[in-house]
Ligand binder design. Structure first.
Ligand code: V55
Ligand code: FE
Length: 500
């Protein structure tokens, strides 16, 4: 269902707030707002939580705290709600907390939504003009002892990992100046450096991407900027030992359309998909090379990048269309969103920039929400995990707000070419998988794969622990929540030793 704020604004020119939860897939059934903040100690466990497992799974989700100002609101626009599963000594506790954004505080005081459509301040109540619109709802990252809740359209928020309390907006001692910090910052396991970026950094719909280099001690040591070929959603990126790599896709933003109340992004495949290869060395943004993809496609999320001499390999999920369920195709309103497949793009850095990209499908199965053993990021990896469906194992689930929910988690072994699946059961939908190594020096892929699983018929949620290299063996432990938590986006594992 495409957002049509323009039509709504015409129907309700003063943006009158009616306080009703819209009758749309974003607000119904398993996707309905949960809004409960709390703690559940000693969750029921089926099977056995590995006794050596000590740490916390923490993730972010978008859980609208108030009925939106516009019935067509996107699920992307919900308020950041953190979910934590603390695991220790074979036991597990659940905590859920909203990120205390300025938006949430103002709306709670007013007891209604004041902020309007996704990234569109023109649709806000005038009383919140100039206030921080961040929903802080997309991911979390833990670096140099600090937990941050992130949203690409805002500065990060600092979170206490013990309590999930929000400690405030985080700007790296004033060094982060833009109102943009990706939800997909990456920590180089070789150096402990975090590489992050923002887009639309000097103004909305500009072309200026800033790279932020944050050293292992947590200091933002360097900001460098470069220009993208056109303004677009830059949701994820890739990191190799020597490069930060940006796949610019024609999910473009047109300021006139935003002011007119249209969707913030739209798909315009008259624009090319361009890969920008940015050297990580100081001054690297002065030497960006751009490579044009054979046709306009969209990168959704990324697995990994690695180098083999002058060959740069990018592993990511690619769709042949834009994200049309959320952001319309302005040239062909009848176009249907195509599913993502994992592709490896090999760029010969010594070749002519026009024909340098060779694209190969990594495995012949749809997927999204990619995960690797992050200790091996920037090296060539063997193990790939992802959310997917597999009709050989169970039927597709009815469409939700984001399309068809996953029914399975997949594992691709690039050495053997084998695909293996965890099927979550009838009416069950796994979410993004997270890999946790068995020990700090375990071999790549030796460890557990964890995921939240929606038990849709029961209106309840579980957390499942699998053997990462034997998904089809089924859960080692199923940690049962007594309630539903909202579907999420991205999460991490924080080892117990780092939790304090
Ligand atoms: C995404 C998610 C966002 C967003 C932009 O998954 C892109 C893609 C949850 O918020 O604002
Ligand atoms: Fe994402």
């Amino acid at each position: 269902m495409a957002l049509d704020i323009a039509a709504e604004a015409t129907a309700r020119p003063h943006f009158d707030y009616d306080g009703q939860w819209p009758d749309t897939p974003v607000f119904k059934g398993y996707a309905a707002p949960v809004r409960i903040e709390g703690d559940v100690y000693d969750l029921e466990v089926v099977g056995t939580i590995p006794p050596e497992l000590d740490g916390a799974y923490i993730r972010n989700s978008a859980d609208h705290a108030f009925p939106p100002r516009f019935a067509g609101d996107l699920f992307l626009n919900g308020d950041g709600m953190l979910h934590k599963v603390r695991i220790k000594d074979g036991r597990a506790d659940l905590s859920t907390r909203y990120v205390q954004t300025e938006k949430l505080r103002l709306e709670r005081a007013a007891r209604k939504a004041l902020f309007g459509a996704y990234r569109n301040a023109f649709t806000d109540d005038p009383s919140v003009a100039g206030k921080d619109r961040s929903t802080a709802n997309t991911s979390v990252i833990f670096h140099a002892g600090k937990l941050l809740a992130t949203k690409e359209a805002a500065k990060p928020m600092l979170i206490d990992p013990a309590t999930l309390a929000t400690l405030g907006t985080y700007d790296y001692d004033g060094k982060l100046q833009s109102e943009s910090f990706t939800a997909h910052a990456k920590i180089d396991p070789a150096t402990g450096e975090m590489v992050s970026y923002g887009y639309f950094t000097k103004g909305v719909a500009d072309r200026i991407i800033e790279l932020y280099y944050i050293d292992a001690s947590g200091a933002l040591t360097r900001t460098e900027s470069f220009e993208a070929p056109y303004p677009s959603m830059v949701h994820d990126f890739l990191l190799s030992p020597n490069y930060a790599i940006f796949t610019i896709c024609p999910m473009t933003c047109d300021w006139d359309r935003v002011q007119a109340g249209e969707a913030f992004f739209h798909w315009d495949d008259r624009l090319p998909t361009m890969v920008g290869v940015v050297p990580r060395a100081p001054g690297g943004t002065g030497n960006v090379r751009w490579f044009k993809a054979p046709k306009p496609v969209m990168e959704t999320h990324t697995f990994n990048a690695w180098e083999d001499g002058a060959k740069l390999n990018l592993e990511h999920f690619i769709t042949q269309t834009g994200w049309l369920s959320q952001f319309p195709d302005i040239n062909d309103p009848t176009a249907k969103e195509q599913p993502p497949f994992a592709q490896r793009w090999t760029i010969d850095l010594e070749a002519n920039e026009d024909d340098a990209i060779v694209q190969t499908r990594m495995f012949d199965h749809i997927g999204e929400m990619p995960m690797i053993d992050l200790r091996f990021m920037t090296q060539r990896t063997r193990h790939f995990w992802f959310g997917t469906s597999n009709t050989a194992l169970g039927p597709m689930l009815p469409f939700g707000a984001k399309g068809p929910p996953f029914t399975c988690i997949g594992h691709f072994d690039a050495e053997t070419g084998a695909l293996d699946f965890f099927y979550a059961g009838p009416d069950s939908s796994p979410e993004e998988p997270i890999f946790v190594p068995r020990s700090p020096d375990a071999a790549e892929g030796d460890g557990w794969l964890m995921t939240v699983v929606g038990r849709r018929a029961e209106n309840r949620t579980d957390f499942v622990i699998l053997d990462a290299r034997n998904l089809s063996a089924g859960p080692i432990a199923t940690i049962k929540f007594p309630c539903r938590v909202h579907e999420g986006f991205h999460g991490i594992w924080i080892p117990g030793a780092a939790l304090g």
